[in-house]
Design a protein around this ligand. Structure first.
Ligand code: BV8
Ligand code: ZN
Length: 241
């Protein structure tokens, strides 16, 4: 694939660049996406929008932990791919570079991205339901962990359906989206709000929108350019621009 000239020019002259990533950028690292190949991710017969929900935390936190323990186990074998690594190099190239991710897999940080706005939290952290204590998850037995500060229940520090995003994360992301010249949407079906509103915000503020996705997505119609390919193949093409 060749990067179109207009994009080469815009990429070379951009001062403020914002990137929104979704599960697709981790697909080549072996992390299952949620909606690819038409079928939604399922856990014991429950669609992931059900097991990953505020209601399930209330009703069966043990089941929610089993679901996240299973996914963390899969993630132990997953490494950043050339798409993550390319984005990590972009943070040195512009006056202002903002990386916003919907992913909870921590692969952007492992790839070397320093400031990552994690709209949906991080699967490698647990949070106390009562005092808010945060603990990194290194070794974890099965079951619901108990807070070492107040002995109440710990839950995954991940934003589930029906839950608010981390305070400030979305506002910062929206602010950067209104100010950027160039907005990349990489590996997301952009159907989950409020994250999916960011590209529309950027477009309304005059940003040039570029989609990197092997398939069309609902957002394709708003994009100025669509690069139909895998992030791991497409993003390294920008390295020598
Ligand atoms: C909230 C963490 C306020 C958990 C996630 C009705 C209408 C509109 C909205 C709603 C509604 N009913 C409810 C809502 C709100 C709801 C929502 O948007 N629901 C959707 C399903 C309609 N949103 C919320 O609940 C949010 N909170 O609104 O708070 C509030 C609060 C209280 C009370 C009232 C209101 C919280 C949402 C956060 C949910 N947590 N993740 C976990 O991981 O288990 S969402 C999860 O799915 C991801 O984080 C991501 O955000 C989302 C979408 O997934 P994608 O990343 O896009 O992945 P997907 O598989 O869909 O697509 C992959 C793409 O990659 C594809 O296009 C594919 O072609 C492409 N691809 C594949 N391979 C590659 C590739 N691209 C590039 N390279 C490749 N190699
Ligand atoms: Zn506590």
């Amino acid at each position: 694939m060749e990067i179109p000239d207009i994009l080469k020019e815009k990429f070379s002259s951009a001062r403020r660049v914002c990137v929104l990533t979704g599960a697709g950028i981790s697909a080549e690292s072996g992390v299952p996406t949620f909606r690819s190949s038409g079928s939604a991710l399922v856990w014991k017969g429950m669609p992931f929008t059900e097991i990953s929900s505020a209601r399930m935390v209330r009703e069966d936190l043990g089941e929610v932990w089993e679901w996240f323990d299973y996914r963390r186990n899969l993630l132990k074998e997953c490494k950043p791919n050339p798409g993550h690594l390319a984005l990590a190099a972009w943070q040195e190239r512009f006056d202002e570079f903002t990386l916003v991710t919907q992913n909870i897999d921590n692969l952007h940080r492992t790839a070397g991205s320093r400031e990552v706005i994690e709209l949906h939290g991080n699967i490698w952290r647990a949070r106390c339901e009562s005092c808010g204590r945060l603990d990194d998850i290194v070794e974890k037995e099965s079951g619901v962990p108990i807070c070492r500060s107040c002995s109440e229940r710990m839950r995954p520090d991940v934003v589930l359906f029906g839950e608010m995003l981390p305070v400030g994360a979305f506002d910062t992301a929206a602010d950067r989206a209104t100010k950027c010249d160039l907005f990349f949407i990489i590996g997301t079906s952009a159907v989950v709000y409020p994250a999916a509103a960011l590209p529309e915000t950027a477009a309304r503020s005059g940003a040039f929108l570029v989609e990197v996705n092997p398939e069309e997505a609902p957002l394709t119609q708003y994009c100025d350019l669509s690069l139909r390919g895998n992030a791991g193949d497409v993003l390294p093409l920008f390295t020598d621009l």
